[in-house]
Write a protein that binds this ligand. Sequence first.
Ligand SMILES: NC(=O)c1ccc[n+]([C@@H]2O[C@H](COP(=O)([O-])OP(=O)(O)OC[C@H]3O[C@@H](n4cnc5c(N)ncnc54)[C@H](O)[C@@H]3O)[C@@H](O)[C@H]2O)c1
Length: 334
Amino acid sequence: MAALRAVAGVQVVAVADVDAGRARTFAAAHGVARVYPGADELLASGLDAVTICTPHGAHEDGVLAAARHRTHVLCEKPVALTVAQARRMTAATAAAGVRFGVLFQRRFWPAALGVRRAIDDGRLGTPICGGVLARFNRDAEYYAEPWRGRLDTEGGGVLMTQAIHHVDLLQWFMGPARRVTGRCATLVHGGLIEVEDTAAAVVEFASGAIATIQAGTTFRPGLGAQVWVSDARGRTASVMEFPEGVGFTDISTVPGDEVSQTGRVRAGSPDLPLARIHEHLVPYHARQVEDFVDAVRHDREPAVTGHDAVRSLEIVEAVYRSSRTGAAVDLTGG
Ligand SMILES: NC(=O)c1ccc[n+]([C@@H]2O[C@H](COP(=O)([O-])OP(=O)(O)OC[C@H]3O[C@@H](n4cnc5c(N)ncnc54)[C@H](O)[C@@H]3O)[C@@H](O)[C@H]2O)c1
């Protein structure tokens, strides 16, 4: 809500939740006048745009409802539980002629924009290698929310819900992925969840580049995340997230760049509560909402489209399939 309200001209006029009590409490807390039991009722009330913040498994229904009501839609990550669902969502919104954005607000960190800009202006060549290292801390309280940790409602664990942000950055920097080999396991939270808490993968890109992904929710304390890329001349740029929610440049040997900040992870470093993590992310969430609103107003594509969001989900889904079969998975690149 803070991110929506931070954007000039945005008025939050109505909310919907299948849990009527939650919807009423939320609306009262934030001064929203109208409350509806579901997406269809909400959308029938006439809105310029809607944001879908339901659990992953309900994203498709919300986005398809927005398409039916010809309403621009900004959906939370991951775009969907499966690539097939995500493709139905991009097709329906395209056919309805509405804008479809997906929230990956870490792309708006100055450190992340800096890497993308360095690649765009040639100071950093096409990456030949890179990686994601995502080491988070999630506990029983987090998994107590009934939809979390279940394959049918969350679709996956650390890759699907946390590291997809970093997989998104990796493929934004490196270009389309073409082959994925991976392994997932539930090594610590097995009594709590059926999705993975540990994952490792090798991703080959259409450019020929190779990257690794290592991700887990088993770290005490959490150690944040790093996304790095390096070009054929050895020039390297890295975005560090620590504490969770706060992103900065930790390594850059790109001409013209200066390392803006350094972080140090110490034994006993406190993990921030989720509310603080989200608080740090709000300004960038707001930047993406601002971009989305501008896209609607000026009839252009938003910075991160539904189509863009399919790419990280394709990589995550391929890691799951490779882990099940033991074989590499070729991507269509579509
Ligand atoms: N971009 C980010 O950094 C970020 C951060 C947190 C959460 N998220 C995403 O936001 C989504 C929600 O996560 P959360 O932690 O807020 O979940 P949550 O469980 O706290 O809240 C989800 C709400 O949706 C309601 N709901 C469930 N099904 C519904 C339906 N079909 N129609 C209407 N309402 C429905 C629930 O009653 C609940 O109030 C997830 O997809 C998550 O990945 C993104």
